[in-house]
Design a protein around this ligand. Structure first.
Ligand code: NOJ
Length: 757
């Protein structure tokens, strides 16, 4: 056999790999493959890898004839596209992949991204609802199922989880995250990353995850989407960044930066965030994608002079891939030639992207996600549907249940079901359900009809309208038409119990859907009051993507059930809870205000110098004149069909000897049915060199208890829970007094103390 230059390269690689393995240091096999491939690429081909286009061509139909789509198609054929988003379905993905692999010079496969936010075709509860379960195993399994279904449809990269902490219910995207708390948010970030990515990145049943939006997006001023973010460094280090760090530590392979500016610099051009923190201090070795067009948006922000300047800032600041602005593909080559962007920076970005493609196994088999038969078999399978139902039940939060009006009786009750949302099969899918077919959710009406021992009558009462599609953001709210009230009132009058399903339609929360009003939309509040006037045995089921102001309902209506947008299995889950086949155990992951004027309202606020009312009538303390400071429902709050008692709190402070404080508490099920309690531990660092919040969640445990049963729950606090980041970003644990609380919500009064010395 005659040896050629490839044999020598091969031999060289093998020797290097062996040498590295012996020492167990140095570059991995994948790193070597990456640098080998990189050495063969032209500058244009490298920049192509940094370019991501939205699906531009119906590959199963006619090819594009002109304009933007034609350009993009030409770019794809020339190897100037590294990734595409919103191409989906095994056949469609295969068609674009075929062009990348078979028609370009180097045949580098595409990585295919999609917003698999809470399910792909089978929709699980919105992420905020899933967070209400506090059930990390179930959340992980939900992400795993989403990955299974999406990967069968050709997708290998989801733009999830969104790990933005959000404290402002006006912001529409609170539906997409894990709520207001950093500790819970970090735990959920880890669970979601592990669920999506699994143990084996190269398996064709998993997708890589993306921690977004880096960083600060949830702190948009006044809750208005895309708005300016201006936060202090204590909030940045202690509240905003930890869930991203948790995602990184769980192995997340990509990050997405953000539309917002943070303290004067748009996130897509932020060197401090991307190079210093993420790739420097945290040593993240995956890649960063921009948000949609966010590189170009730096012009409107007033940070870049023009597109050329925007590309320069972004590439230098560490944004590795350009989603949809075309600025990298159009501007980077000349910027490199002019010396404004170094080829070293380009090589770094491309290496990161290629590395992830190798990890996914795309170079071994670019069509591994493109099996139409598997897609058919997996989509909507029983396993996935069952998981969606389980997750939906666990996401429901019981907010009020006076006189045990719930559960409903399975027989002998005349039940009136009222509200347009009760029969809606689309709205429960919520926002971010791009691949789901319309009207595929089980409605509450259908769910309740399965329990046919009762007489169930239904009346709409008033219209709500979902709008046309996810992207044509029209939600028409009926604010005037009460013509169907009389029929609903008559239906309610003759019933033993009325169940009303009211709230937001699925597209009323999500991206670009901020609201200044947190009341029940349209004429629904009037409908609620009109029905209550004729029948006080009323159960309100709320559908929503954000905390709403439920003050009137809380004061008047005997039972309130928080049911969010629960996805495909919504109606079945709600019916099982209403009829008592499932005992609700969800706890709120966000504070519910008494009034929109209180937001941002969150449990882990800082005390002021005038924190509590010294005497009635005193004006000069921190308060509003017209609404009290407390929330309607605090973070961590939720009821059950049984009751729990906390006792025997014991603190074992061995910090001086072994840096640990352990806390135990006895929890007893004091009711007559089995139930699950989310026991929550909060600390307060009473005084510190930089002030700490009045309470901080530092542990939780899900405890299943039969009637009368007790269990001892134990928590361990170490430096990780007891410390905080200084304003300069360094970790500190300070001696001094601490309070510790363990109970069923953030407002528990079950308290003890300890001192660190
Ligand atoms: C914009 C959103 O902010 C981001 O979260 C999403 O992943 C991209 N669009 C792609 O759809």
């Amino acid at each position: 056999m005659k040896l050629n230059k490839y044999h020598f390269v091969g031999l060289f690689l093998i020797t290097l790999i062996l040498a590295c393995n012996v020492k167990d240091t140095g570059p991995s096999v994948i790193d070597l493959k990456v640098s080998n491939l990189l050495s063969k690429m032209t500058l244009e081909e490298k920049i192509g890898q940094m370019n991501q286009y939205n699906g531009f061509w119906d590959v199963t139909g006619p090819s594009p004839e002109g304009g933007d789509a034609k350009n993009k198609y030409e770019h794809l054929k020339k190897g100037l596209v590294g990734s595409m988003l919103n191409v989906r379905g095994a056949e469609e993905v295969r068609a674009v992949q075929k062009i990348a692999v078979e028609e370009t010079r180097l045949g580098i496969p595409l990585i295919i991204g999609f917003d698999v936010i809470h399910g792909y075709k089978t929709i699980s509860p919105i992420p905020l609802a899933e967070a209400a379960s506090w059930d990390l195993d179930e959340i992980k399994s939900s992400a795993k199922m989403a990955a299974l279904e999406a990967s069968a449809a050709g997708i290998n990269w989801t733009f999830a989880p969104m790990v933005d902490i959000s404290r402002d219910a006006r912001w529409g995207r609170v539906m997409e995250g894990a709520g207001e708390d950093t500790y819970l948010g970090s735990a959920i970030a880890r669970a979601r990353v592990m669920g999506f990515q699994g143990d084996e990145l190269s398996s064709n049943e998993t997708v890589i995850a993306c921690a977004k939006h880096f960083a600060g997006y949830g702190f948009a001023e006044a809750g208005r989407d895309y708005n300016t973010v201006d936060v202090g460094s204590s909030t940045l280090f202690n509240v905003i960044l930890p869930p991203f760090k948790a995602a990184k530590d769980a192995g997340v392979r990509t990050f997405m930066n953000s539309f917002n500016e943070l303290n004067g610099v748009p996130a897509s051009g932020d060197t401090y965030l991307q190079r210093d923190i993420l790739k420097g201090e945290w040593n993240f070795d995956g890649f960063v994608v921009s948000d949609w067009g966010s590189i170009g948006e730096m012009i409107a922000h007033g940070h870049a002079k023009d597109g050329n300047h925007a590309a320069e800032i972004s590439a230098n600041s560490g944004s590795d891939m350009d989603m949809e602005s075309s600025l990298y593909v159009n501007e980077l080559a000349s910027l490199v030639k002019e010396g404004k962007v170094s080829e070293k920076n380009i090589d770094d970005a491309v290496s990161r992207i290629l590395k992830v493609k190798y990890e996914l196994g795309l170079f071994d088999d670019p069509y591994k996600y493109c099996d139409a038969a598997r897609e058919k078999e997996v989509t909507g399978s029983k396993e996935i549907m069952d998981a969606a139902l389980e997750m939906a039940k666990k996401s429901i939060v019981l907010l009020k249940n006076e006189n045990n009006i719930l559960p409903l009786k399975k027989e002998g009750q005349k039940i009136a079901l009222i509200g347009a949302l009760a029969s809606d099969k689309n709205s429960p899918l919520g926002s971010w359900r791009i691949a789901a077919d319309d009207n595929t959710a089980v409605s509450v009406l259908e769910g309740m009809q399965r329990y046919n021992g009762n007489t169930l009558s239904y009346a709409k009462g008033a219209d709500v309208s979902m709008g046309k599609t996810e992207f044509i953001r029209e939600v028409t709210i009926n604010t005037t038409d009460k013509s169907e009230f009389p029929e609903a009132i008559a239906t309610a009058k003759s019933a033993d119990v009325v169940v009303m399903v009211l709230g937001e339609v699925g597209f009323q929360s999500g991206e670009g859907r901020s609201r200044v009003n947190l009341d029940l939309p349209g004429v629904q509040q009037e409908l609620l009051e009109a029905i209550y006037a004729v029948n006080k045995n009323l159960v309100l089921v709320v559908n929503n993507g954000r905390p709403l102001n439920l003050s009137w309902a809380d004061e008047n209506v005997p039972a309130v059930v928080e049911a969010w947008h629960l996805g495909t299995q919504s109606g079945n889950a709600i019916a099982q809870v209403l009829y008592g086949d499932y005992n609700p155990s969800g706890k709120l992951p966000m504070t519910f205000p008494r009034h929109v004027g209180q937001v941002p309202l969150y449990y882990n606020f800082k005390a002021t110098g005038r924190p509590t009312l010294p005497a009635p009538g005193i004006v000069f303390w921190t308060h509003y004149q017209d609404v009290e400071n407390t929330p309607l429902y605090p973070f961590g709050y939720g009821l059950s069909y049984t009751t729990f008692n906390y006792s025997d709190m014991n603190v074992n402070n061995t910090y001086a000897e072994n840096k640990e404080v352990s806390v135990s508490v006895m929890i007893k099920n004091t009711g007559s049915v089995s139930g699950k309690e989310v026991a929550q531990l909060y600390i307060r660092d009473v005084y510190a060199s930089e002030t700490r919040p009045v309470r901080e969640l530092k542990g939780f445990d899900l405890v299943d208890l039969a009637p009368g049963e007790s269990k001892l729950v134990e928590f361990t606090l170490t430096d990780e829970e007891l410390g905080f980041y200084s304003n300069k970003g360094s970790w500190k644990v300070e001696n001094g007094d601490f309070e510790v609380y363990v109970g069923g919500s953030s407002s528990t009064t079950n308290k003890s103390t300890f001192e660190l010395k």
